[in-house]
Design a protein around this ligand. Structure first.
Ligand code: HEM
Length: 503
């Protein structure tokens, strides 16, 4: 019968090697008390660059060498570009209507093609330059006033606020913080962080699909619904407001001839315009839920990751004063005499760019990227990978592999990129893939890079940075938080001394 045939087939399968597993929980015990990327690297030392583990009931493959990563992200990208089902991401994607969490299907291909061309294009990145400069300006003012009395403050919160405001303006065309120029914590900020936490902390059903009903009993599902509906209400409110604005602009145009429709265009306008025009190539693609799902992606993928990179860049520079001095000398020499760094200046700051790359290398915001899923049975290195297997690429381990980076792979040395200058982070070199690679690579990379580099250059230009008195640089806590995205476990508390007047 079919069942016997399946059982026989699964016995004949030659899965990649892995440690012995326990009944029921599989290999989950291996992950207790240690970050998953650490555990998986350790297992790869023992069992090789392609391993198989069972996370609860779920068969999972992990690639940890440039060659095995290339099989997944390049050679067989088309087979491995599915996304597994998780209860939280399914909800946040409005049932698979977004870009990030949707399985590989016709909808994903169309929405990805559309947003690549209309939302994430180089022209759009350029068009939103003024917004980045204004928001970075707001950050500088907030740092200025926080440091007025020489007191220590929480830089991590301010960075999250910067990127949260930035995305809010890109998406909805306005700031979240009511006070112009303010960069403090807001309710929206808390909401995004809670939602990000949901997408990165898995529930019982994600490991034990047959026990998914338990998530209803533990209250997990109730909390998920609550945060989802809070976000959905914000999106509904902003969409209604923006549609009203567009109607007013249309009326103005027909009564007075004055055309303001193309002023202050935000992502939502682009989506609404395409929806109104019912573009034939898109058909009924842009329903209200699809628009909300794409907006959700912007917040979940676009706020936390840039903030994490900027947070680690500052932490590494404070911990490594030589690199800090070098970066500050460069930016102060190049930008000399100006009030602040502008985007055009960034191309003249090669050391700053190296600092950025080195931070991405040591601290990718997603150490295991986003999980993928095989869409059909296939083989890697002669091993069988059945359809619907969960796949991780340990990007964190690849970027710290001494075989690729030398014996000093674990230390922060931006200069290394002078020697291997050709290595970029755009998905061509698998030893450095903080944005992923292949079909599912991050479409917001150019937005992320532009925002982080501008903010970093400006805070280095405008302030000198120190730890609060009594805190030793050598003892600075550089541990990563225990989540699928790797914030610093403890926030950066610093003292800043202004060297330029931003008030
Ligand atoms: C420094 C900042 C950023 C980093 C390090 C980063 C990193 C990543 C990574 C690792 C992935 C998964 C790639 C894979 O599965 O192979 C991803 C996907 C994605 N990112 Fe980013 N990201 C950043 C900024 C942004 C921004 C600013 C946006 C939006 C405005 C964005 C939108 C997305 C989306 C929509 C996806 C899903 C792509 C898909 O599944 O087709 N990201 N990002």
């Amino acid at each position: 019968t079919l069942r016997r045939k399946r059982k026989l087939n699964s016995r004949r399968r030659r899965l990649p090697p892995g440690p012995p597993s326990l009944p029921f929980i599989g290999h989950l015990h291996e992950f207790i008390g240690e970050l998953p990327q650490f555990t998986l690297r350790k297992l790869s030392y023992k069992y090789g660059p392609l391993i198989h583990v069972k996370l609860g009931q779920v068969s999972t493959i992990i690639a940890s060498s440039p060659e095995t990563a290339a099989e997944i992200l390049k050679t067989q990208d088309i087979v491995f570009c599915g996304r597994p089902f998780f209860a939280s991401t399914d909800r946040f994607s409005y049932g698979g209507l977004d870009i990030a969490f949707t399985p590989y299907n016709d909808h994903w291909r169309r929405i990805r093609r559309f947003t690549n061309a209309e939302v994430f294009s180089a022209a759009r990145v350029q068009a939103f330059k003024a917004i980045r400069e204004e928001e970075v300006g707001a950050l500088l003012k907030t740092i200025s006033s926080a440091s007025a009395n020489g007191e220590a403050f929480n830089l991590t919160t301010m960075l999250l606020c910067l990127f949260n405001n930035l995305i809010y303006r890109l998406v909805f065309g306005k700031r979240i913080s009511a006070v112009a120029g303010d960069c403090g914590r807001t309710q929206h900020h808390e909401m995004i962080m809670e939602a990000v936490a949901f997408t990165t902390e898995l529930c019982v059903g994600d490991f034990f699909p047959s026990l998914a009903w338990l998530d209803g009993l533990t209250g997990w599902r109730g909390r998920l619904e609550k945060i989802f509906h809070t976000m959905d209400r914000v999106f509904e409110r902003e969409i209604e407001e923006r549609m009203k604005r567009r109607r007013c602009q249309e009326e103005k145009k027909s009564s007075t001839g004055e055309d303001t429709i193309n002023e202050d265009v935000c992502f939502l306008d682009i989506l609404l315009k395409s929806q109104e025009e019912m573009d034939d190539s898109l058909g009924l693609l842009l329903t209200r839920n699809v628009i909300k799902a794409v907006v959700m992606d912007m917040f979940l993928a676009g706020t936390d990751s840039p903030a994490i990179i900027m947070e680690w860049a500052m932490a590494e520079l404070i911990k490594n004063p030589k690199s800090m001095r070098k970066a500050q000398e460069e930016v102060r020499r190049v930008v000399k005499g100006k009030g602040k760094v502008e985007e055009e200046d960034l191309q003249h700051l090669p050391y700053l760019h190296n600092v950025f790359k080195e931070t991405l290398r040591l601290h990718p915001s997603g150490p295991l990227l986003l999980p993928r899923e095989s869409t059909k049975d296939t083989k890697i290195n002669g091993y069988d990978i059945p359809a619907k297997t969960r796949i991780f690429v340990n990007a964190w381990a690849l970027a710290r592999d001494p075989n690729s980076w030398g014996e000093d792979a674990e230390t922060f040395q931006p200069e290394r990129f002078d020697k291997c200058g050709g290595v970029d982070f755009k998905g061509h070199h698998l030893e450095l893939i903080p944005f992923g690679a292949g079909r599912r690579t991050c479409p917001g990379m150019a937005f992320g890079v532009a925002g982080v580099e501008l903010a970093l250059a400006n805070v280095l230009y405008g302030f000198d940075w120190e730890l609060p008195s009594g805190v030793n640089r050598e003892e600075m806590d550089m541990t990563e938080s225990f989540r699928m995205v790797s914030h610093k476990k403890v926030p950066i508390i610093v003292v800043a001394t202004p060297v330029t007047d931003f008030t």
